[in-house]
Structures are given as structure tokens and as C-alpha cells.
Design a protein around this ligand. Sequence first.
Ligand SMILES: NC(=O)c1ccc[n+]([C@@H]2O[C@H](COP(=O)([O-])OP(=O)(O)OC[C@H]3O[C@@H](n4cnc5c(N)ncnc54)[C@H](O)[C@@H]3O)[C@@H](O)[C@H]2O)c1
Length: 284
Amino acid sequence: MVQKDSLYVVMGLLDADSIAYAIGREIQRGGGRVVYTVQNDRLKRVFFDRSDRLTPEEKAALTIEFCDVTRDAEVRDLFCRVGPVAGVVHSIAFANPKTCLGDDLYTEALDDLKTAFHISCASLATVAHYARPHMPGGGAVVALSFESRKAFPFYNWMGVNKAALEALVRALARQYGRQLMRVNAISAGPLTTRAAKAIPHYAHLARTWRKLSPLPWDPLEDKLAVAHAAAFLLGPYSKKITGQVLYVDGGASVVGGNLLPQERPHGADEIAALVEQGLSLSPE
Ligand SMILES: NC(=O)c1ccc[n+]([C@@H]2O[C@H](COP(=O)([O-])OP(=O)(O)OC[C@H]3O[C@@H](n4cnc5c(N)ncnc54)[C@H](O)[C@@H]3O)[C@@H](O)[C@H]2O)c1
């Protein structure tokens, strides 16, 4: 679905479980070329150390650049270095779990709130600003969001940032439309990654999805479904789509209340058992 031989920058690689990695692989499967970004040199080493399920050859074949999105010069230099790109994926978020994802929304740690907003939301505008001159045909930007119209326990300030991110996607779509650059977001269901595990009671969130999602939702395997949607939004088949939030969440966002037992999807219990086993999710 992506443009063959075109270059895509996929930002936010931490390990082989990252959504960024799933999206990058899907782009490559579709014939695109990928430059991944990690935040810094230390995290590149973390990637190589942690991604056990990749062979040394697979690791060596990856093109990985550094880019801390809070540093304008790094974002600018990244796009100058990599040359013309057809699309960019912003798969980046951070909030200090102690101050931003606790029991209480009230916090005196305003610097932490600013950092969370800078990394998880405002940096999308920085990325769009510096990417645009290097997207000759217009290009596409895709950000990753999580259901922001509902309040989930402990998701607190990250939920607020996701709502802001989605508003920013619409504003950027408006600004860049005349230059043919499209900006969209994917709102994904819970997927087991490093960032997800940092959310207090992530297990509760993953279990909640089983009660809400009319389609079976697998937090381990459904990164691929998210990657398919990203490839669609990056490629020519979504040419007239911009400013949208595409929900890839098994349909959980549209149901009111928990599913009745007879509405639960076939296979949900088997997925649940595998997920619990594989992740040793902590009890609720
Ligand atoms: N995992 C989920 O359940 C889920 C669901 C919906 C949306 N998302 C979103 O998907 C995106 C990717 O998260 P993930 O789950 O793959 O986790 P992840 O931990 O693999 O990725 C988060 C990435 O953000 C990077 N990052 C943090 N601060 C940065 C900075 N200053 N500069 C550059 N990079 C920085 C981290 O290094 C990491 O690579 C995030 O926006 C997340 O909110 C995740």
C-alpha cells in the first residue's frame, strides 16, 4: 500500500515490540524503504540488547538514526540527512508515570506535565515542520493515539495529551493541505510494549478491552493490524484522507457498556489465556 522504493521515516523505535517496528516491517513488506529513529545512542544499544527475537543479520539490516524530538536541531538535521521522504510515522510518547499517571490527577510537577506534552504532542508539529520541505510530493504523516474521548484509570495526563495530539492532527491537516501533506492518527487498542507496561495497571486496561471489543483484540498480535492501517494512511490509497483519527481497536470505541456474554467474539477466551500466560500480567 506504500509507494514502492520510497523512503519512510519511522520514529519511536525502542525494541522489537515497539509499534514503530511493526509499522516499519509492514512498510518494507510493501516495498518501501525505512529509516527508523531512536531517541539517542544509549537507546540504540538498548534496542540491540533487548530485541532477542531478531537475528544479528536482521538487526544489521536496519537503518537507525538518532533523534530526540524535543531538540529542534536534531529533527531538522535528521530530515536534511535522510533526503526526500514519502511519509513519516510519529510513534512517540512519554509521561513520568509517578507524577502523570498516578492515583491523583493533581500534581505540582508541572515540568513533568510540560515534558509529557512536549514529547507526546507538540513534537508532532516539530516533525511535520522539518519533514515537509523534504516531502516533494506532499507526503503523509501518521501519529499514534489511544482512545482520548473516554477517561481510563491511571491514563490521566497521557489521555489529556492524546486528546491534544488528535486536535493537533486536525490543525496540521488544515495548515499543510495546500502543500499536499496529509496528517492523520491511528487510535490503537492496548498493545503490549515497553510504553504500555509503564502505564500503571496496564493489565487492567488490556482486560477491559476484552469486555468492550466486538472483534477479538490481541494485545500481542494486533500490532500488525495497526501497521496495516499505518501503511494505508502513508500510501496513495488514502490520498484524500487527512485530519482523521482512524480507530484500529477492534471496535471498542463504539460500544456502550460491556459486551453481553453472547456478544463476546469467538476466540476471545483463547486469546485472553495466551496473553495472560505470555505476559504474566499482574493481577488487577
Ligand atoms: N502500546 C499501546 O497500547 C498503545 C496504544 C495506542 C497508542 N500507543 C502509542 O503508540 C506510540 C508508540 O508507543 P509503543 O507502545 O510502541 O511504545 P514504545 O515504548 O515502544 O515507543 C515509545 C517510543 O517513544 C520514544 N521517545 C520517548 N521520548 C522521546 C523523545 N524525547 N524523542 C524521541 N523519542 C522518544 C521512546 O524512546 C520509544 O521509542 C506512542 O505514541 C503510544 O502512546 C500505544
